[in-house]
Design a protein around this ligand. Structure first.
Ligand SMILES: Nc1nc2c(c(=O)[nH]1)N[C@H]1C(S)=C(S)[C@@H](COP(=O)(O)OP(=O)(O)OC[C@H]3O[C@@H](n4cnc5c(=O)[nH]c(N)nc54)[C@H](O)[C@@H]3O)O[C@H]1N2
Ligand SMILES: Nc1nc2c(c(=O)[nH]1)N[C@H]1C(S)=C(S)[C@@H](COP(=O)(O)OP(=O)(O)OC[C@H]3O[C@@H](n4cnc5c(=O)[nH]c(N)nc54)[C@H](O)[C@@H]3O)O[C@H]1N2
Ligand code: SF4
Ligand SMILES: [Mo]
Length: 694
């Protein structure tokens, strides 16, 4: 008999960074509707399309529903259904064998974009196993902003869009599509309603750019030159916050000398932005009190990321916008268990020394291994051999730069196990695949460790298919087989209780509350100084010699050399309907974006004889793919913007689901990396296009 609809409150997750409070209607263990919760702290009723259709992730007939063991050759697509015990035992045996033969560092523990609490259990598993090598996309996602912040001002400065602000400078960020870090998308809309002033730095005319007072359509990959010119204008025109600079910054005189070379006239040549517009935008930003700089992921997709992020923190600092309400703040966590304790960092005190990244001179406080160096370790044995991989929530074959290199590395590994919801190009190369319970099917906590000072309850709404386990449960059971049981719980949900204990809350009490937020503490530097060696914001890094870092941010060169054979510049932006490589198999999303599309300016399309809807070959020095042309003037005539994350779930398993055909990362390379974070160029690539006549 049909039950009444029961409405459950939870928070959206695993579709982007999550955060919208939802009301989920359930009948007979099935989700029948998802609505925005008008009382939601971040969203006040807002949802996006993919949030509303998110339950469809759970119901596809091809969803992984029991553990699988490879029976054919690696990647051949032949599997045998096995029991949970067998799957866990095989994985444990293989990881322990590798540990015995090569040492615990020979197993890489892989994770993708942080999706929930399992991210930190994975780090804990690596730590208790004894491997310093957690492999993550942090080279190109968030770590550059966070770690550069730590070195420059002692914290990760996030845009405070919760409080009134006068101006938002949105730099390489597209939050109305991406809801980056959860809190930003809807808060941006609220600020726009209040008529905040808006300056946008983006090579594409996004929805935000259209609403901006000033839009700087920069040449892709020239952020640091542009940011240096903002510093130039603000310092030369004496628009900076003198009291703050005098008392709380280190190295201002050196910076002031150094930025003389970056006049708007010089920088206009590099960035394509006119000197007038550079001046106008810099003056607006300096005059607004306060102003929030919403810096996005695009900044992190270039070998020059360290200079760009350094220059932007300097900009926040000299205008007096650090740690002020409505500026860029240090978001303090609520009183919950600290990350070091949760992941048992104490068990691996020499992690930093032993990590693969350290042998490649990555910057201190980057605690994950850049994927480029992980693959080098697998393929070349440098700095030591790596033979095993256990990965969750990630799809490296599509997500990492240079997909062919990823394929070669994964084919060479002795053992691979993955947790997945669906068979993907990467999971198809594994020896063991564990089927996971997903959002709505398990109790989870969101936003832990994201740096925005809040956590969200994501209570379970429906039961998972019988043999699908939450990632945390899988790791809890695997952990007991590969490390002392004292580090693991009888009931995996105790990890949720552990995290909340300092707040004096049980998980069910937390669910009642919905979220926890840390205190707003502004201008705490007035008492304590900044958490840097000089206790000031280090415009010039006092540790530069010690850590072999550049003391001052600078513009040296474009990320890639110009090349007459590749006259266009390739960029990308995240799709509003998919999370990077995920969910192409969700029909309601696929209907919205059935094909990978590349944005091409009408003049360029005409010059190459390409019409809207044509199949197009995109080629860089590193490879070629095909996508469908979308002719639009939101891009500059010399720039094309291609879709990311494509593979075809309807394709052949033994061919890894056509991973080469339209996958952006066939066009990228790890030949040139930024030193500090091991960052490859994901954007700003010289390219050419032609109509595909096949
Ligand atoms: N060229 C280029 N490359 C990029 C980017 C770019 O802009 N350009 N962006 C980069 C960025 S910012 C990031 S963060 C990375 C992201 O890289 P990844 O996180 O590796 O990529 P996703 O597509 O999000 O892959 C996640 C996988 O996790 C699975 N999954 C979803 N939910 C769960 C779950 O609950 N449990 C488990 N076990 N699996 C789950 C999905 O099915 C999917 O296969 O990609 C990076 N790659
Ligand atoms: N719908 C959806 N939401 C997502 C994701 C997703 O895949 N889909 N991914 C999640 C993840 S992992 C992340 S890290 C965040 C990322 O969220 P955002 O920071 O918003 O990231 P992107 O879409 O990569 O890029 C933002 C903007 O940068 C512009 N851009 C491209 N090249 C350049 C350049 O050279 N310079 C400048 N200044 N701008 C440039 C693009 O046109 C785009 O509008 O979003 C998260 N949310
Ligand atoms: S914006 Fe993000 S968190 Fe909000 S409903 Fe959409 S996918 Fe979910
Ligand atoms: Mo990301």
């Amino acid at each position: 008999m049909a039950e009444e609809i029961r409405w459950v409150k939870t928070h959206c997750a695993r579709m982007d960074h999550g955060g919208c409070s939802l009301l989920v209607g359930v009948r007979n263990n099935k989700i029948v509707q998802v609505k925005g919760d008008p009382q939601g702290y971040l969203n006040a009723g807002y949802t996006c399309y993919k949030g509303r259709v998110s339950p469809e992730r759970l119901t596809h007939p091809d969803r992984l529903c029991y553990p699988l063991k490879r029976v054919g050759k690696r990647g051949e697509g032949k599997w045998e259904r096995i029991s949970w015990d067998e799957a866990l035992n095989i994985t444990a045996e293989n990881l322990l064998q590798i540990k015995e033969k090569y040492g615990s560092q020979a197993v890489g523990f892989g994770v993708g974009m942080p999706k929930g609490l399992e991210h930190f259990i994975l780090i804990r598993l690596a730590n208790v196993f004894g491997s310093p090598n957690v492999v993550a996309s942090q080279d190109i996602c968030h770590a550059p902003r966070e770690v550069t912040g730590l070195h420059t001002c002692g914290f990760y400065p996030v845009a405070d869009l919760h409080n009134p602000t006068e101006l938002i400078l949105s730099w390489g960020s597209n939050v109305l599509s991406t809801n980056e870090e959860g809190q930003i998308g809807n808060l941006m809309l609220q600020q726009l309603k209040k008529r905040v002033r808006l300056v946008v730095v983006d090579p594409r005319r996004t929805e935000l750019a259209e609403r901006a007072e000033v839009w700087l359509q920069l040449k892709p990959g020239t952020e640091q030159a542009l940011a240096m010119s903002f510093l130039h204008v603000i310092i030369e025109e004496s628009l900076y916050d003198k009291a703050f600079v005098e008392e709380y910054t280190y190295g201002f005189e050196d910076l002031a000398q150094h930025i003389k070379q970056y006049s708007p006239e010089v920088v206009a040549e590099i960035t394509w932005v006119s000197p007038d517009l550079i001046r106008k935008a810099a003056r607006l930003y300096a005059a607004a009190k306060p102003a929030a700089l919403q810096w996005g992921n695009a900044i992190e997709h270039s070998v020059n990321v360290f200079d760009s992020t350094r220059a932007l923190v300097c900009l926040m600092a000299i205008t007096g916008n650090l740690e002020v309400s409505g500026g860029n703040i240090n978001a303090h966590d609520p009183n919950i268990m600290g990350m070091g304790e949760f992941v048992r960092a104490d068990l691996i005190p020499d992690k930093r020394k032993e990590m693969i990244g350290t042998y490649n001179s990555t910057i201190p406080w980057l605690m994950t291994v850049p994927p480029a160096y992980f693959r080098q370790a697998v393929l070349e044995g440098y700095p030591y051999p790596v033979r095993g991989y256990y990965g969750i929530c990630t799809n490296p074959m599509v997500a990492w730069a240079d997909s062919q290199y990823t394929y070669d590395a994964f084919m060479k590994l002795d053992f691979i196990a993955m947790n997945e919801i669906f068979m993907t190009p990467t999971a198809s190369l594994a020896d063991i695949v564990f089927p996971v319970a997903h959002q709505y099917e398990m109790n989870d906590i969101g936003h832990y460790g994201i740096g925005h000072g809040m956590i969200f309850a994501r209570p379970k709404v429906v039961d998972p298919p019988e043999e699908c386990w939450p990632d945390i449960k899988i790791m809890n059971e695997l952990g007991k087989r590969v490390s002392p049981t004292e580090y693991w719980h009888d009931d995996f949900e105790q990890f949720l209780e552990d995290l909340l204990r300092p707040a004096g809350l049980s998980y069910s009490e937390f669910v009642e509350k919905g979220y926890l937020k840390g205190p707003d503490l502004f201008e705490s530097y007035k008492e304590k100084g900044f958490r840097t060696p000089t206790a000031k914001v280090e415009l010039k890094l006092s540790t530069a010699d010690k850590y072999k870092l550049k003391p001052l941010p600078e513009f040296t060169a474009l990320p890639e050399d110009e090349d007459a054979d590749y006259p266009l510049i390739l960029i990308s932006a995240k799709s509003r309907y998919y999370l990077l490589s995920s969910y192409r198999w969700v029909e309601k999303l696929r209907q919205k974006r059935p094909h990978p599309t590349v944005e091409i300016h009408p003049e360029t399309a005409a010059a190459y004889g390409i019409s809207d809807g044509d199949s197009v070959i995109i080629e860089t020095k590193y490879g070629q793919i095909e996508q469908i042309a979308r002719v639009t003037d939101i891009v500059h005539p010399r720039v094309i913007s291609a879709a990311l994350g494509w593979w075809f779930p309807e394709g052949e398993a033994e061919e890894q689901f056509e991973w080469r055909k339209s996958n952006f990362n066939m066009l990228t390379s790890v030949g040139k990396l930024g030193q500090e974070f091991g960052t490859p160029n994901l954007k700003n690539l010289p390219c050419k296009i032609r109509r595909n006549h096949n």
